[in-house]
Ligand binder design. Structure first.
Ligand code: ATP
Ligand code: MG
Length: 484
């Protein structure tokens, strides 16, 4: 056996070292069983000692009372002969024997008691430490005696007075008690070991389950969860935390997988188109000018699409890895908005763009990405608003208990977004209706614009909300914190 008693006795240090690497349940069991053993040993030792003391003390008191009584009777002048103890001279159970200077017994109250010589020969050399030092303990073959001796000079004669008290029954009782206490201690210790082993194993069962589950979890198989124990204890909390962590990891992995598959899907379309046109060009391009022009234009447009998509993917990848560098500085928002709108008016021919209100306000942010964010919203407004539509920007300063903010509303009167899609449009690659978006000016979206914008907003503490009515238009509300 690994933790056998023999091994413990032979190499205690080595076994203690081995215990250090044992299971927690073994450690807990050993620790508490040892504490219990110590308590039981102390209790039984002290109980035994107390009982021993009180029994011996009782015998001493009885002997002393008897001795005092004898002295009192002698003071009264009673002569020492066989009639000396005519009334109750000593307490019951105490034996008195009086010997004169020649060694002759002049009085004894129990003739059957062992002779003095034999008793003196059987006197224990080292009596127990709780016995009175002025008295002797004699251990005869089948009896134990407490013996007190008193030399008295009386009427010119020297007398030896021997007082005895048998304590055999008490000693027997005490020895039996000792054995019982010892057995109980060992039994208690063993019980604590067994019970402790099973209880601690049971208590720590959820941890073993967690370990087993954790071993089975792989990236491809993340659906396993730990059974949460019904008790609201630390282990249940640990299991719940572990499960939540797995939920988050699974979500992250799923998102990653979707991202990769969506990205490959998005890249496949332009590549297929480019391949198709290059086939066309190799077959007819040399002879037909029109085919040549169309092919080159299409290949170029698809390559541009692909480039834009790759740029966006790289941006999100950098954002995910916290590698997207932001150079934050103080920016006058009104100037930035005015500049964006001015440039937009130059290129937008099919829509009217208006900046109705443009309050002054300093923001702290990265100029390039904040500009990019506004462009994403305005791009969408032009893309999803039919020709002749109106795009309106209002930037209004608001100061309240929470601080000072610039509330910017970017509205269009375009196709709008249905209620059920309004949250989803911020997800990566989410497009409301691919066929519909293709129709709008022939520009296809990738579904990444709003997720990039929401990342930029998050990095600047900007809150985004969206109101939209299908067929009526969309408004993006931005709440941008201003510098104090
Ligand atoms: P990208 O911007 O990456 O080129 P995209 O415009 O399709 O592609 P997002 O900007 O993320 O992607 O927008 C997601 C979807 O939300 C769009 O496909 C469109 O369906 C819808 N959407 C966004 N803005 C508007 C808007 N102003 N009006 C109507 N629909 C919108
Ligand atoms: Mg967009």
């Amino acid at each position: 056996m690994q933790f056998g008693i023999k091994a413990w006795l032979r190499h205690p240090k080595m076994m203690l070292n081995r215990l250090r690497y044992a299971q927690i349940s073994t450690k807990i069991t050993c620790f508490y069983a040892s504490v219990l053993l110590l308590v039981l040993l102390l209790t039984s030792g002290l109980t035994g000692l107390g009982v021993f003391f009180s029994f011996y003390h009782q015998a001493e008191v009885e002997l002393e009372i008897s001795m005092n009584h004898v002295l009192k009777v002698m003071e009264q002048g009673r002569s020492i002969d066989m009639d000396f103890g005519r009334d109750d001279l000593v307490l019951p159970g105490v034996v008195l024997r009086i010997v004169d200077s020649r060694g002759k017994i002049v009085y004894e109250n129990d003739v059957h008691y062992p002779p003095i010589k034999r008793i003196e020969e059987s006197t224990v050399k080292n009596p127990p430490f709780w016995a009175n030092k002025n008295m002797q303990v004699a251990q005869l073959r089948n009896a134990t005696l407490y013996h007190a001796r008193m030399d008295v000079e009386y009427r010119g004669q020297i007398y030896q007075m021997h007082f005895f008290k048998t304590i055999t029954a008490e000693k027997h009782f005490l020895e039996t008690l000792q054995k019982i206490l010892f057995l109980m201690t060992i039994l208690g210790f063993l019980l604590a070991l067994v019970a402790g082993f099973f209880v601690s194993r049971r208590i720590l069962q959820p941890i073993r389950e967690m370990t087993a589950t954790a071993r089975k979890i792989e990236v491809e198989k993340m659906d396993r969860r730990i059974a949460v124990p019904p008790a609201r204890d630390e282990l249940a909390e640990l299991a719940e935390t572990f499960n939540h962590m797995l939920d988050r990891l699974e979500g992250g992995f799923e998102q990653q997988k979707r991202f990769v598959s969506d990205a490959s899907h998005e890249l496949r379309t332009p590549v297929t188109v480019i391949l198709g046109y290059s086939d066309l060009l190799s077959r007819w391009g040399r002879s037909d000018e029109a085919v040549l022009d169309e092919g080159i234009a299409s290949i170029r447009s698809e390559a541009e699409n692909m480039q834009q998509l790759i740029e966006k993917l790289l941006f999100l990848a950098r954002a995910d890895q916290n590698r997207q560098v932001l150079h934050k500085e103080n920016i006058e928002l009104s100037e930035l908005l005015a500049d964006i709108i001015k440039k937009m008016k130059l290129v937008t021919k099919d829509h009217t763009v208006e900046l109705l209100q443009n309050d002054d306000g300093m923001i702290y942010g990265d100029l390039v990405t904040v500009r990019q964010m506004f462009r994403i919203f305005l791009d969408n407004s032009t893309k999803y608003t039919p020709k002749g539509g109106r795009i309106v920007v209002v930037s209004q300063k608001v100061i309240n208990a929470e601080g000072s903010f610039m509330e910017v509303d970017l509205s269009d009167n375009g196709i709008g977004i249905a209620k059920e899609d309004q949250q989803k449009v911020f997800e990566r690659f989410y497009r409301v209706d691919t066929s519909r978006t293709k129709v709008q000016g022939g520009v296809s979206g990738t579904g990444l614009g709003l997720s990039i914008a929401s990342w930029i907003a998050e990095q600047h503490g900007i809150e985004i909300s969206l109101t939209s009515e299908l067929g009526e238009g969309t408004t993006i509300h931005l709440r941008i914190p201003l510098c104090e």
